[in-house]
Design a protein around this ligand. Sequence first.
Ligand SMILES: Cc1ncc(COP(=O)(O)O)c(C=O)c1O
Length: 408
Amino acid sequence: MITTKYYGKFGGAYIPEILVSTFEQLVNAFEEAKRDPQFWKEYTAIMSNYSCRPTPLTYAENLTKHLGGARIYIKREDLNHTGAHKANNVMGQGLLVKRMGKTRVIAETGAGQHGVATATMAAKFGFACTIYMGEKDVERQRPNVFWMERLGATVVPVTDGTRILKDAINEAFRDWSANMDDTHYVLGTACGAHPFPEMVMYFQSIIGKEARKQVMDITGRLPKRVYACVGGGSNALGIFSGFLNDPVELVGVEAGGKGLDSGMHASRLASKDGSPGIAQGYKTYFLQNKDGQMMETHSVSAGLDYVGVSPILADLKEKGRIRFEAATDKEVLDAFTLTLRKEGLIPALESSHAFVQAYKEAGSLTKDDVIIINQSGRGDKDIFTVADAFKDPEWMKFIKKKAENYGA
Ligand SMILES: Cc1ncc(COP(=O)(O)O)c(C=O)c1O
């Protein structure tokens, strides 16, 4: 019998027979760790010593003046080691891998941030590491592939299907089924079969715990709204978990791509295109056609184009606890630019989705209101995408010259 968990009608553990004992081992290791007060201490110690936690809550004074409404605070997950909130999850799972006595980790990655974070954790803890990445994402995120390989990981480009994140997940599951004894699959977001949604949210809850204390210490009040981008849902659940029991509005922002009517987006919860289904080990809202075939997704950001979404978020949407919105590629590039120019911060394109919605709403709130935006990662990795989008002529010259030097 497999241990499973549902969130309303979503979640579960729909896994092949062959993986049942591996999942049971993981459930037991996670439950034991949660009960052990030393484990959270060990986790927070490594996060402060190795990944700069607690990350600051930065007052965005210039943006606040510019938009003329709520006071805007930014939770700086970009300052984590490896540049994104992904570090919170991988270091936690790494500690569990040590407890289980396994020696190899595998992971899927979209934007490459989770891949780099996993390869970093593997280097630090001395694990062998293989990363599965859709071929399309390998092309879009070459700098992250470069660093994964330098860190000692093997990066496997996945050529099946649409060659993006969901295909990488399928491939990682194939590997895990063949190598369960020594291998742990470090799933990068709060999706998949139990215990992954709960476990990833548990490690990411460090964001919300810190943010709640910081906002109370700095402003003496709870925020009116908290904004986070939503790919699989891990950074959103991380920060939202700190405020779930408070009278705080929670706003998740998905990839609106070329617009919700264009059919080229990745919005499962804010659009009419998502519907409940079972795939990749769990039940949630998927972008799928009437026959249950997964649809193609599109986003300017590689980290938000997943077809599924956390079952915990699907449930909180149905319960009306979280509002979901979508930001288009164009709005994202505008918000990205405004953030750079006004605050000197470079948000990841994924994070910029949250900024879009916050900027739309800040002006209609009052100066007594406080809002928090989760800057889930830093945008340096997006240099190629952003330079292309702005058709930067000097950058194009630079790339051409580089190509010539390589004899391309
Ligand atoms: C910087 C950044 N933010 C957000 C995400 C989306 O993931 P999640 O919804 O699990 O936070 C990614 C995924 O790669 C990412 O790299």
